[in-house]
Design a protein around this ligand. Structure first.
Ligand SMILES: Nc1ncnc2c1ncn2[C@@H]1O[C@H](COP(=O)(O)OP(=O)(O)O)[C@@H](O)[C@H]1O
Ligand SMILES: [Mg+2]
Length: 312
């Protein structure tokens, strides 16, 4: 186990019960400092609930978390000064300008006068908001708003940044720019925990935890996770996609079949020695013209193999 100085977040057995619903179940987690750590999971998998417990907004039903060397329980206000938090929904003031929003946040953190002005100027430059500084936040594009929200979240130079689906409302270009900002922050030593349901974003994280119905079903770095799916992935390209899918799904040794555009991704456990030949044999009676090839697992495959029970 690494030392507290190298670990930004350590959670042990974290659970949250809402009435009958177990939103987060026995979650343990270790996030190294200055890394980008992703939470990947569909809606309702417990990402927001976990993040809210980690920043002290929500009390866990059981389990505990240490953040930046302190137990979260009893230290919420002390930690607030060291954590930046960006919620899923835009939470700044639409009827204030960019600069007014940032000035307001600065005053919350006790920053005033010249120091506040300088920090705001610096953030407006870094996050490409200089031209928009007098524009009302409510009238800006999704991408501009995300940059403003990020500027607000890092205004007090937090050591840890918790980002809850920060790019769910922006176009791909803005997402790429936003991620460039995250890499820059991590490079400068900020630890970033970011939740997402986008595979391409998950791919960019240094480490990843996959959540499914409140349970962490896998974690590791993306490459390691792809290497260790325990599955062969066979791609099938053919005309009769629907019929091929049905035939393959019926085979007992096929773990899963997913349609991706005009192709199928077939997962077979690695104990199956000749996956291509096996798939070929299954589909030949349906469509002899279909093409079959072995491909490398993607994060999507990791997700499918970690979240679907083989019995279906
Ligand atoms: N305050 C709450 N009260 C009751 N149920 C909640 C509350 N917050 C979240 N939930 C439920 O907990 C589950 C996990 O939610 P959430 O953490 O928001 O997931 P995610 O962020 O991955 O979409 C969902 O089923 C959600 O409806
Ligand atoms: Mg959420």
């Amino acid at each position: 186990m690494s030392s507290p100085e190298q670990t930004a977040i350590r959670a042990t057995g974290l659970s949250k019960q809402f009435g009958q619903l177990r939103a987060v179940s026995d979650l343990s987690l270790e996030v190294p400092r200055a890394s980008i750590y992703g939470f990947l999971g569909p809606n309702g998998s417990g990402k927001s609930t976990t993040i809210r417990m980690l920043c002290g907004l929500l009390e866990p039903t059981s389990g505990e978390a240490h953040v930046l060397g302190l137990p979260v329980a009893g230290n919420a206000s002390r930690l607030k000064a060291r954590i930046g938090y960006m919620t899923q929904k835009f939470s700044l003031y639409g009827d204030l300008s960019v600069r007014e929003n940032l000035s307001f946040i600065a005053s919350i953190y006790g920053l005033a006068g010249r120091r506040a002005r300088e920090r705001i100027n610096e953030l407006q430059r870094r996050y490409d908001l200089v031209e928009q500084q007098t524009q009302l936040a409510g009238t800006m594009s999704g991408g501009q708003r995300q940059r403003l929200a990020l500027a607000a979240a890092v205004l007090h130079q937090p050591e840890l940044l918790l980002l809850d689906e920060p790019t769910s409302a922006v176009d791909p270009r803005s997402r790429r720019d936003f991620w460039a900002c995250l890499f820059e922050l991590a490079q400068a030593g900020t630890t970033i925990l970011v939740s997402t349901h986008y595979m391409d974003e998950a791919e960019r994280c240094h480490y990843l935890a996959i959540l499914d119905r409140g349970v962490k079903v896998a974690d590791g770095d993306p490459e390691e996770l792809k290497r260790e799916t325990g599955m062969h992935v066979v791609e099938v390209l053919g005309g009769l996609v629907g019929e091929l899918q049905e035939t393959l799904s019926d085979a007992s040794d096929v773990f899963s079949v997913t349609q991706l555009g005009i192709s199928l991704r077939v997962l077979l456990p690695t104990r199956c020695g000749e996956p291509e030949a096996r798939v070929r044999a299954l589909i030949d009676p349906v469509d002899r013209g279909a093409r079959v090839r072995l491909v490398d697992p993607s994060l999507e495959d990791v997700f499918v193999s970690a979240t679907r029970s083989p019995s279906r």
